[in-house]
Ligand binder design. Sequence first.
Ligand code: FEO
Length: 391
Amino acid sequence: MAEKIKPNIFYVGAKDPDRRLFDELIPLPYGTTYNAYLIKGSDKTALIDTVDPAKRDVLFKHLDQLGVDRIDYVISNHAEQDHSGSIPHVLEKYPEAKVVTNEKCKGMLMDLLHIEEEKFLVVEDGSSLSLGDKTLEFMIAPWVHWPETMFTYLKQDKILFTCDYLGSHYSFDDLYVTDQQLIYENAKRYYAEIMMPFANLAKKHLDKVQQLELDIIAPSHGQIYNHYDFILEAYRDWTSDKVKNEVVLAYVSMHGSTKEMVDHFKGELENRGITVKTFNLTGADIGELAMATVDAATIALATPTVLAGPHPAAVYAAYLIKALRPKTRYLALFGSYGWGGKTKEIIADLVSTLKAEILEPVIIKGLPREEDFNLLDNLAAEIKTKHDQLD
Ligand code: FEO
């Protein structure tokens, strides 16, 4: 069912509770939704974003339920196809509609969906568009999480449509957030997966959002917020420089030697009052791993040496961490080898673009001996000292 949000403002998006992977990469434990919104002004009707093309029938069913026979504007806040992919179908059904977006997004929509140039109405930061008794204002908000992203503010009703920003992959029954802790967790997972690499911009946009008079924040995934302080505070925290006294310990072990090191190291850290979150990379949910890296002061990677280098699962994790660019301050590496290799050099090269300090790796031969455990103790002590000095 289409759902009324305010007079003449409706949720017309689609739920996808069974989807389990996004971008063929990101696990979706709670499925997702593609939120689209219909705004009927006294003169014009606007659709804010569309839905993944696989779910376009749901969008059209909602529009039909509301008796929509004309759409004047399709606002595209973001060119990624889970929101834009149904625009060509909307233009087919409502041929009078113009696609309203910024210049960069226009170019991307022309490339990604082959929408013709004359279908666009280009707006800039601060532009407004009258629907009669309702006015849309556009805020260019790049890099959350693509370069063309923007927000749309419905002035009279104080609703901000933020597309991916502040959203969560959560297929809901209730349109509004009912369980803040649950949405906090899902929003954090989502932030880690796509927003964290651009944390500085995500932080900057918060300032703009907080200057607005707001009743509702309506993202394009997950539930909408009529009490939004908690999500703004969460973003403020995640995008800050603050880190927690935590170690994310991601590991893989082939014959148990590296695992013995992991168990010992974990115990040494915990004995020193450090929280440790462990992930066995052979079966870990990478969304959980990404989420854990949002706050942790240190990330430790433990890998055996195989075929003269780190285990491919550890390479994948290192690459992922590099891409997500967490604010972690320290990186630790340890593991065991049988006959040699370049594990240390390969991992160090993979994470070299991160700002974090790389601590002296502990790479040992075979099953760990007492002197090897002592090296891990020293590493744990060094981490403890560094965490104690955190501001
Ligand atoms: Fe939900 Fe970046 O698309």
